[in-house]
Structures are given as structure tokens and as C-alpha cells.
Design a protein around this ligand. Structure first.
Ligand code: SAM
Length: 281
């Protein structure tokens, strides 16, 4: 067990989580999980697994999908935020009452489970928020039995591109990523997953870059992605304005630039992320 000074300490609002814990943010996470489900769950295969661990499970938005896709497995969720855990418990109460899902408030650096407890692990949009991803992956491996499989989906924020790319959007996106780094997160963690999994002792590692390239050919989907993306960027705006990383004017201009892309038939939305799969031997 990797006992550290922050072991078992709950994460709270004062840790400066970029997206915050508002009701709007909870709903955004539920919408995001369904909106991106096809790509996030592509190649995610836990069939045969009996006990899956989901780390950084938030409000249980991915958990709900995991449970639908792998109904024969029990799922244990862990999140360090009391707010998220309480929301997840409400949302997943049906499966919790049947003993199929548990939701635990804990820091992923120090998981409250014995070694070899699980045969599958799932991590999505989580490692970008932590300062020690390798420590967390090693701790995850500790609680996984031999022959377990881990699936991870993580951001690679360099991959975001829109055309035309407005100046306020550029400024906002640079501030968003810089701020995440200040909070000790990593907006480019996706590209590092292969090295991190290797360093953590996982074997048979594979990674691939999944992306959306939306232009005139899929204008309806492009517009839906613009809506999704504006919501995601705005979810960070209270924290960015409070930290003086951007002004309110830049926030308004960024939203207006992105909204105007819907009216431009030639506009382009491009975004990618990294999927990783590995095994414990
Ligand atoms: C962007 S949310 C993703 C939630 C979920 N995976 C999803 O896709 O909907 C990241 C979550 O990681 C949690 N988190 C951040 N640091 C953590 C840590 N050290 N241990 C456990 N959870 C943590 C936050 O509380 C937050 O709920």
C-alpha cells in the first residue's frame, strides 16, 4: 500500500478542481458519458470479469454504462470527492441496493482494498487531474489479481482544433491547459499512458488515438460537438476567472466565436484522446 500524507484524505472544493461540483457540472458529466459512449467504450471488454474497479468515478456517469454493458460483474467505484460520491450513490441506488455496485469515498493513492481484489479496472477522464498518475496506477495494480485487464481513456488536449480558430478561443484554451497544470494535473496525460503503464508494472500494453474529425461531411454531428465543447469549456470558466487566468470578456468572446462556427458551412471540429489497454501478468 502506498501510504502518503494525503492518504485517505477527501478531496474537497478547496483542492481547486477545474470543473467544480455544481448541479450543472453533475448533469454535464452524465451528458458527456452518453455523448461520447461509443468511442469511450470501443474495445473496452470486461466480459468474463467478476469484479471491476472504477477509479475517479465522479457522479457515476460511466459506472451506469459499465453496469449496462457488463451486468454480470460487480463494480466498485472510488472517488475522492464527497459531493461526487453522494451524487453517484443516489444515481446508482437501484444497483447498490442489489449489491451490484459499491461507491467509496477514497483517495486513489491509497485504495481501501486488499491486494488481488479485482479482475478489471476502468479509468476515464481522471488521470488528467492528478499529480502522481504512476503512483495511482501502481496502487491500482496492487488491488488487481493476475490476468486482470485495465482500460483507460485520457485526454490529449493538444489535439483540439477548430477552423476558423478565433483569438479568444486560443487564449481561453491556453489558459485552461495552463491552469490545469497549475492545479498539478496534466492535460497531455493521454500521450504518456504507455510509459506510465510500463513504469507501473503492467504488461501487454496497447494504446491508440481515437478522434473526431467533423466538417461538412457530418455538419449535424459537428454542431452537436460544438455544443458539447462549449459546455465543457464554460464549466472551467468560474475557476479560470477567479484565478485571473482569463477575463469575463474572453469567456464571452470564446463562446461567441465557437457558436459562430455553426453558421459557417466550412467550419471544422477536430478532437482526439488516447485509449489504453493493459494486463497484469
Ligand atoms: C472529470 S471527473 C471524471 C469522472 C468520471 N470518470 C466520468 O468520466 O464521468 C474526475 C474525477 O476524479 C476525482 N478525483 C480527482 N483526484 C482524485 C483522487 N486522487 N482520488 C480519487 N478521485 C479523484 C474527482 O473528484 C472527479 O470526480
Amino acid at each position: 500500500m502506498t501510504g502518503t500524507k494525503i492518504a485517505n484524505k477527501s478531496r474537497s472544493k478547496k483542492d481547486g478542481y477545474l470543473h467544480g461540483y455544481s448541479a450543472a457540472e453533475h448533469n454535464r458529466l452524465y451528458h458527456q458519458a452518453r455523448f461520447l459512449e461509443e468511442q469511450v467504450f470501443a474495445q473496452v471488454d470486461f466480459s468474463g470479469c467478476k469484479h471491476i474497479l472504477e477509479i475517479g468515478s465522479g457522479v457515476g456517469a460511466q459506472t451506469e454504462i459499465l453496469h449496462e454493458r457488463f451486468p454480470n460483474a460487480k463494480i466498485a467505484c472510488v472517488d475522492a470527492s464527497r459531493e461526487q460520491v453522494s451524487k453517484a450513490r443516489k444515481r446508482l441506488s437501484g444497483a447498490i441496493n442489489k449489491g451490484l455496485i459499491t461507491v467509496t469515498e477514497a483517495n486513489a493513492q491509497d485504495l481501501p482494498f486488499k491486494k488481488n481484489t479485482f479482475d478489471g479496472a476502468f479509468i476515464t477522464w481522471f488521470l488528467e487531474h492528478v499529480s502522481d498518475p504512476v503512483g495511482i496506477l501502481k496502487e491500482t495494480k496492487r488491488v488487481l489479481a493476475k490476468k486482470s485487464v485495465i482500460h483507460i481513456n485520457e485526454v490529449l488536449n493538444h489535439s483540439f482544433f477548430v477552423y476558423p480558430y478565433g483569438p479568444a478561443t486560443k487564449k481561453y484554451w491556453a489558459a485552461y491547459n495552463e491552469h490545469q497544470i497549475k492545479l498539478k494535473g496534466d492535460p497531455y496525460v493521454g500521450a504518456k499512458l504507455g510509459n506510465y503503464l510500463l513504469e507501473s508494472g503492467f504488461k501487454n500494453i496497447s494504446t491508440n488515438f481515437s478522434h473526431w474529425h467533423l466538417d461538412r461531411r457530418q455538419s449535424k454531428l459537428r454542431d452537436q460537438f460544438l455544443d458539447y465543447w462549449i459546455d465543457l469549456l464554460l464549466s472551467g470558466s468560474p475557476e479560470l476567472v477567479k484565478s485571473k487566468m482569463v477575463t469575463k470578456t474572453v469567456v464571452t468572446q470564446m463562446a461567441s466565436e465557437l457558436n459562430s462556427l455553426r453558421k459557417n458551412p466550412d467550419s471544422i471540429f477536430f478532437l482526439g484522446f488516447v485509449k489504453a489497454r493493459a494486463e497484469c501478468r
